[in-house]
Design a binder for this molecule. Structure first.
Ligand code: ADP
Ligand code: MG
Length: 451
């Protein structure tokens, strides 16, 4: 800083000497340049401070070119000279800080990644909520105010909130949109309290046109913020400014919110976003692959179907599974086609096969059929060797695939003792390592049980 001041002084002393040479009237020169100095040289501009407004106008009107020329001669740079006063600079600086402070709330916090375009719509899960969000984005404040989106985690609530904001920013850029979570709001509130400017906080919100507030359920834990939020909420709704909220539950279940807030929240439209089905999960996977520029030829449909089948319900989990697979591919199989084998390696599927619809009866029926015996023979006390093998394998499968308690397995097989079940399972385990017939049988049976 001092370095600058010294440099400015040196330049201005030289400039004054040259100016004095050019301006004939010595008294006049002394008057208009009395106690002048260079205030700053930023970017391409030199700010020269003179004693008062009158001097500034006189120099600007009569000697601007001369000053510019002299500064150029000294610095060899094309500066633009502004002749001004100290008070004018201070006023400008104040305006600048004020502007910066005011400009702060217009940071929208929107994530451009979440749009309506990349949101997959399905009749059973989210069509209603998608439609309401779209209507709001096209005409904020006009209908459904507030819009309250609720539903379990991972179903696209945050995505829709950003999509509304991004759409408005694109099509109605003059509107001021703010996205934040109830937690962020709480932090802002605490900061405002600390700095004793709660009114400034309220004013900032007054300037907005659209408020998108995520995870409002967390507000219910923060006692004092509710009052301020209620106030801001009312300003919004009463002025037809759009407010959209999300929560993991219906407003009426936000237990610690007072009735007046619940009834205000419910006064617009509350819509639930529901779990996604298999078919939607599959469409989401295709969309993700398309948007992430992954060549979908690389991933077989069978693989996608498997992921969709095992992760429908929650989109976050679905994405997690896809990402895990993609990561595995990058590490283990960077160039090839993604196959069921990759999937098995990634998810260690052997242990996690989806045998959801399976029960002990199905195992007994299929094993009996496979060994060409009857179910009653399978569960009898008969010790014929082929029946014994079938019985052991059926017990083993009940344990392996259903994780059934030993006693329960004993009951399923004609009231056998649990040690009999343990012996059966141990025998099969041992044989699987040494006898390829066992191995083939178990593998084939598992396949049949999956269908
Ligand atoms: P929530 O806020 O309901 O917990 P998010 O909006 O954070 O859920 O969604 C989790 C992830 O799933 C995000 O990456 C989001 O983009 C994605 N997602 C959720 N629903 C959909 C959908 N219908 N179409 C595309 N992506 C979705
Ligand atoms: Mg969310």
């Amino acid at each position: 800083m001092t370095e600058n001041v010294d440099k400015y002084k040196e330049i201005w002393d030289q400039a004054l000497a040259m100016l004095e040479n050019q301006i004939k009237d010595k008294n006049f020169f002394d008057t208009i340049f009395y106690s002048s100095y260079i205030y700053s040289m930023v970017n391409d501009t030199v700010y020269i401070v003179v004693n008062n407004k009158f001097c500034a106008t006189t120099i600007t009107n009569n000697y601007a070119d001369l000053v510019n020329e002299i500064i150029y001669t000294i610095t060899q740079s094309n500066f633009k000279c502004i002749i001004t006063t100290k008070s004018a600079i201070e006023e400008d600086n104040n305006k600048q800080t004020l502007f910066e402070e005011k400009a702060k709330p217009y940071v929208s916090n929107l994530n451009p990644k979440y749009t309506f375009d990349n949101f997959v719509v399905s009749d059973n899960s989210n069509r209603d909520v998608y439609t309401a969000a779209m209507v709001i984005a096209k005409n904020p404040g006009a209908a459904y105010n507030p819009l309250f989106i609720y539903g379990k985690s991972g179903l696209g609530k945050t995505h829709l909130l950003h999509a509304i904001g991004n759409d408005i920013r694109l099509n109605k850029p003059s509107l001021k949109v703010l996205y934040l979570t109830a937690d962020d709001f709480f932090e802002e509130y605490v900061k405002a309290i600390k700095e004793s400017n709660i009114e400034v906080l309220k004013d900032r919100y007054r300037e907005l046109d659209v408020l998108l507030i995520d995870d409002i359920q967390f507000l219910s834990k923060k006692e004092k913020t509710k009052e301020v939020f209620f106030h801001i909420f009312n300003i919004f709704v009463n002025n037809n400014k759009q407010i959209v909220m999300t929560s993991d539950r219906h407003p009426s279940e936000l237990k610690s919110l007072e009735d007046r807030l619940v009834s205000r929240f419910s006064s617009g439209l509350s819509i639930e976003v529901k779990a996604i089905d298999y078919e939607t999960a599959l469409r989401i996977l295709h969309k993700k692959i398309e948007t992430q520029n992954i060549n979908d030829k690389q991933i077989s449909e069978e693989v996608l179907e498997y992921i969709a089948k095992n992760n429908c319900g929650d989109v976050r989990q679905l994405e997690g599974a896809l990402n895990k697979l993609l990561f595995h591919i990058i590490v283990a199989n960077p160039s090839g086609m993604i196959t069921l084998k990759d999937l098995h390696d990634t998810f260690n599927i052997e242990k996690q096969e989806n045998f959801e619809t399976l029960d002990a009866d199905k195992i007994k029926n299929i094993v009996a059929e496979y060994y060409n015996i009857s179910v009653s023979q399978l569960t009898s006390k008969l010790r014929t060797s082929s029946i014994v093998v079938a019985r052991h394998i059926a017990m083993y499968l009940c344990r392996e695939l259903l994780n059934m308690p030993l006693i329960k397995i004993g009951e399923e097989f004609g009231g056998k003792d649990h040690t009999t079940v343990i012996n059966a399972c141990e025998k099969v385990n041992k044989m699987l390592k040494t006898d390829s017939n066992y191995k083939t049988a178990v593998e084939e049976l598992k396949k049949m049980l999956k269908n």
